[in-house]
Design a protein around this ligand. Sequence first.
Ligand SMILES: C[S@@+](CC[C@H](N)C(=O)[O-])C[C@H]1O[C@@H](n2cnc3c(N)ncnc32)[C@H](O)[C@@H]1O
Length: 263
Amino acid sequence: MNQLEQYFEQNQQRLMHKYQHYFDIYDRYFSRFRNKPITIVEIGVSHGGSLQMWKEYFGPQATIWGIDIDPRCKTMEEANIHVLIGSQEDPAFLKTVYDQTGPIDILIDDGGHTQDQQRISFENLFQHIQPNGVYLCEDTHTSYWNIYGGGHKRQGSFTEYAKNLIDLINAHHSEQASLQVTEFTKTANTIHFYDSVIVIEKTPRPAPKPKMTGKPSFDATPSKKNLVEKLEMHFLLKTNKILQMMGLRGFAINRMIDLCSKN
Ligand SMILES: C[S@@+](CC[C@H](N)C(=O)[O-])C[C@H]1O[C@@H](n2cnc3c(N)ncnc32)[C@H](O)[C@@H]1O
């Protein structure tokens, strides 16, 4: 049991409500920030228990910000804990958050858990995460709950939205106009999907460059394509380009790779 879970189990302070398997996930991504002068924002304050847990876990140099739509949450403020009242679904409010918090190291979305709330918060706050910071959205099982706007592969669910971010991480390699490099491509390093939790870690990422080192183990001088092979390659490339544009499966891929290895 890590220290966060221990704190949770022994909690005599303000009320807190978490799934037990979250504590390992938190510790995996957050431990490197402990005892550093960082800024944490948690959407969803409720009775204030998790804000107190973060304060204890990250230490006295951390500044903790809570966001909640319920004005009663303002009373959860104490040393190093601040609370902003507003809706995570309101872009105008979210634009004011950065003015108060400055750059954010860790953002935890534990707010209302509807699909629009999770997406709108991400779209407005991800840009304010520090270059090596972490964005964690929890209770994403609501992506599968009708009452929260979810459903298996339902359009607009936050999980479906986040699956598309995988494409953006790989966008430097795209051959198609439908997938372009964005700010997300340049700043997000990894996305992790867990039961009920999605974690995105940031790192500045220039376009990746392949490199070779070491000595060859055998003669790898490529042989030459004959005329028939050149025609075959041309045909396969064109056909597969059309299939690619239509989003259909590739055709004779192993043969194309064989032909590509020849000059
Ligand atoms: C699950 S509770 C937060 C629990 C808290 N983080 C904890 O671990 O103890 C969810 C909170 O989100 C707040 N909330 C609901 N809709 C919201 C919205 N649109 N914007 C901001 N907060 C919202 C609720 O008022 C509630 O306090």
